[in-house]
Design a protein. Sequence first.
Length: 381
Amino acid sequence: MVLQTAARRHQHHQHSTLPQLRINGKNIAYVEKTKVLGIIIDNALNFKAHAQEKLKECNKKWGLITKATNRNHGLNVRSLLLLLKTAVLTKIFYAAPLWLKRNLDVYRNFWNKMIMKISGAMLFPQRELTEIALHLPPLDIQLEILTAKFMCKVLSGNDLLSSLVHQIDGANKSGLHEQVLSLKRFLLWKENKTRGIHNVDLVNPEYLDLAAYNKEEILCYQQKIWLEAVENRIMQKQVSQEKEEKLLGVIGKLRDQEIQLNRENSLFRFNSNKKTDSFMMDYIHGNSFIFGNVRGREDGETLCYFCNAVEDSPEHQLVECKEIQDATHQQLMNSWNTASNGQLIGNILIPDTGAGHIQKSFAERVTFLMDQHDSIEETCP
């Protein structure tokens, strides 16, 4: 089989029909696409056929994983994240530096659907804040990290591999030029220099030494470019002002206190249930179904579901509501007071001391509030 790409070029230049190829007396057929080492190569060399095939596989696998899961029942957040990374994303990231960059848009709807399923959102949540809460970088950030790691291994490999990187870097046009730029960005970050990326000479042995990396360095670099990407979206006014303040507060705390997003400071636990996880995300986003309830006034003001105060926000229900100040309220207040100054939601997402008592107190408080809501609903005529 022969891809029609080269044959079409021949036809264009020679103004003739495609030549019939024969090897050992057998005719060789022309094809629109073919699979090599698991990668579908099409005649346009844009890998869209491969991207669509992997999307179908991911949708099928994700559907099986979440078949019995909704916002109240089924697998909790930590379990869904683990299965996503091991059973779904591995399909997308196979040979991803070769084909995924130009096909990221193919997975946009799938990614948004997956975020909503994991978070248990009823409404459309803010994607950036949800990803930070889940400790799940977006696809483009994960691809950048994967590409940098791959190119570091190629550069520090044998002479044949390293010379290939040098040739690509010196070529004016190359399909792998973006991959080399990812490598240079990572090396510049490790070098802690501010000079332009085009001044990086990969032949220099200094950069060969920098190509060796460890897990901690990769995680630090991933968080750096992730937060920068979120800030760029904020600067481009792609988020509302209310969400902008919350995001900037979380980003500022991560940077100022040099906190690394990891499993130790994750809001979600393996022993939690899906209903609690979903309610916690409601309070993080401020879109719980008991906010802005039907008892809102004609002037547009919303009333607290529990005390009828002219305020209805996560912070009010969690720490200010006078009607339901019980033991869970005091626990949360004590945990919050021991944390650094700042927004309550930011302290919950990014506690100062690892797992932090504030996250446990927050989960207990949310569970209590939702139980109180259910009790009120049951007693209503």
